[in-house]
Design a protein around this ligand. Structure first.
Ligand code: FES
Length: 116
């Protein structure tokens, strides 16, 4: 694994989200409850941006498009296209369930680094 220097930690206060390009892939950085998470910026379901997705009290990122939900820590799928009824089931059947890619994060000397 290589660690890439991404941005200054001060750019990610609590609740702020940043999308960065890392080797051609958009990655969403989120500071949530003091922890910085790095996840794929596009939903594995049908590619909607996750930047404005709601975070549940138990740490799941909910896609704003069809409300699939993923663990911020592991990318595990908690819900797969559950909404809207009917349309959600059809789209869910066309696109099999995929975890959200997550990336390890560490901070050093005030800089955020992502492992890829
Ligand atoms: S694009 Fe995210 S749930 Fe469909």
């Amino acid at each position: 694994m290589k660690w890439l220097d991404i941005l200054d930690e001060s750019r990610l206060p609590e609740g702020v989200r940043e999308v960065v390009e890392v080797e051609g892939a958009p990655i969403l950085l989120i500071r949530y409850q003091g922890q910085i998470y790095a996840v794929a910026a596009r939903c594995p379901h049908l590619g909607a941006s996750l930047k404005n997705g709601r975070i549940t009290d138990d740490g799941f990122l909910v896609c704003p498009r069809h409300r699939s939900a993923f663990s911020l820590q592991t990318g595990e799928v908690a819900e797969w296209s559950p909404w809207p009824p009917g349309v959600g089931r059809v789209l869910g059947a066309l696109r099999r369930e995929h975890a959200l890619p997550v990336y390890p994060v560490r901070t050093e000397n005030g800089r955020v680094r992502i492992g890829i």
